[in-house]
Ligand binder design. Structure first.
Ligand code: FAD
Ligand code: PYC
Length: 413
């Protein structure tokens, strides 16, 4: 069987479908250059072409397509945030996700599973109630549930009281979902390429050409390019690339680790998060348990993974699901999370004219891929900032108007 498969793979009569063309030669000039071929950069390119008819665009990716945080994330999609700005923004993304497979004609394997944020302390119960109230006020489906409800939603959870942190209740968010991360990026890449956008992998931006405080081009490992506008969408490298443009971001880059087990039959429907235990877990459509914890406790530009992470994670996971002790961990990895002080993103204008930013996605940006792409495309095309992203501007840190989402940003950070 492997031999036949290999013969099939190399047989010229069955060429694999290419979703988007191979990199061609770089042109000398584009209307728009997008730095970063992750989900965000690709989504922005797609909506620029589709919604605004702008397709003279180059997406420049220094490595392979969507191999950064898009490839490394655990794909949790939800809109049960804490602030009105955050809830509205992430909810628009969730609505876009619901129709994304149709929109892109590409199966992104979006499945709504329900999302439970477990509370093990009075303080966590208070935050759950707070989030539920603001969510409901804005029409987002969230409620506080108690152990008898949790037992029905997730009978596999250990709800006993003979543990260090018994479960007192949870914030339940039925629309909580997962999707196929590379499906999302490849779908946007395919869609953008069909409109004529060029996607250049193995093309690193090494510098920016700025004249009279206006960006006019980029220097790359494959030569220089002139351009009208630039969108920076490089997640973990945000501070470094902004430095090339001559401004500072209030961002620290911190590793975030994750791992998956071998595949087992489906047994875990909802997504389970415990801030107090620093663990979250879901079961992928392939049957793997996809798991993670808090970000590492120090800033670092590195994607190495550690034994400490795995040991701590397993200790906490086994408290919630003692029977998974026999499962083997199959893969472990890390991404570089660009963390802002308020756990909200940075989108919009920068001090450099025609240079736009999409950053500060830390541990929470996969779920925002569609809305950020769509709204950043609108920003670049019209020069006006859509109201849904106005609160997330870079200037907010100088006005002291932060959008505090720490209490709702994945597990405890
Ligand atoms: P990326 O996918 O990282 O794309 C940026 C690209 O820019 C990279 O491919 C990089 O190679 C490229 N680049 C960098 N510098 C240059 C340069 N100079 N020139 C050219 N290209 C360059 N979010 C959620 O919503 N839900 C989750 O469950 C979740 N889980 C996570 C788990 C982990 C372990 C990690 C690390 C993150 C998680 N996140 C999650 C966060 C999420 O992954 C990111 O916020 C999101 O993927 C950011 O997408 P992006 O397109 O901006 O970045
Ligand atoms: O944003 O929900 C989230 C999340 C979970 C794990 C990492 N990010």
């Amino acid at each position: 069987m492997p031999w036949n498969l290999l013969k099939y793979g190399f047989n010229r009569s069955y060429p694999a479908d290419r979703h988007f063309p191979l990199s061609c030669a770089l042109k000398s000039s584009y209307d728009i250059v997008i730095i970063g071929g992750g989900g965000h950069g690709l989504a922005a390119a797609y909506y620029l072409a589709k919604d605004w008819g702008i397709s003279n665009i180059a997406v420049l990716e220094k490595s392979y397509l969507a191999g950064g945080n898009t490839a490394r994330n655990t794909t949790i999609i939800r809109s049960n945030y804490l602030t009105q700005e955050g809830i509205r923004f992430y909810d628009e993304s969730l609505q876009l996700f619901r129709d994304l497979s149709n929109e892109l004609d590409y199966n992104v394997m979006y499945t709504e599973r329900g999302h439970l944020t477990l509370a093990h302390t009075d303080a966590a119960m208070r935050t759950a109630r707070w989030r539920a109230e603001v969510n409901m006020h804005l029409g987002v489906d969230s409620e506080v549930v108690y152990p008898e409800d949790i037992a029905k939603l997730c009978p596999q959870l250990n709800l006993g009281v003979d543990v260090r942190y018994p479960i007192l209740g949870a914030l339940y968010h039925p629309p909580g979902a997962i999707a196929r991360h590379d499906g999302v990026a490849w779908g946007y890449a395919k869609g953008a390429a069909e409109y004529g956008v060029e996607i250049h992998t193995q093309t690193e931006v090494t510098g920016l050409k700025i004249e009279n405080n206006r960006v006019t081009g980029v220097h790359t490992t494959r030569g220089d390019i002139q351009c009208g506008k630039v969108l920076q969408a490089v997640s973990g490298m945000s501070s470094e690339v902004a430095r090339m443009a001559g401004f500072k971001l209030p961002i620290k880059t911190i590793p975030l680790q994750a791992c998956v087990t071998e595949s087992v039959k489906p047994f875990l429907d909802p997504i389970i998060v415990s801030g107090s235990l620093h663990v979250y877990v879901s079961q992928s459509s392939r049957g793997e348990l996809v798991m993670g914890a808090s970000a590492d406790p120090y800033a670092l530009y590195s994607t190495r993974s550690t034994l400490e992470f795995k040991e701590e994670l397993m200790m906490h996971l086994l408290e919630l699901f003692p029977f998974v002790g026999k499962l083997r961990v199959l893969r472990q990895w890390a991404g570089m999370a660009d963390m802002t002080p308020d756990f909200s993103p940075v989108m919009g204008l920068t001090p450099v004219e025609n240079y736009y930013i999409d950053a500060g996605w830390g541990t929470w940006g996969f779920k925002a891929t569609p809305v950020c792409g769509k709204r950043m495309a609108e920003t670049l095309a019209t020069g006006k900032i859509p109201s849904i992203i106005q609160s997330f501007d870079l200037e907010r840190f100088y006005r002291f108007e932060q959008v505090g989402e720490r209490g709702a940003a994945s597990v405890g950070n």
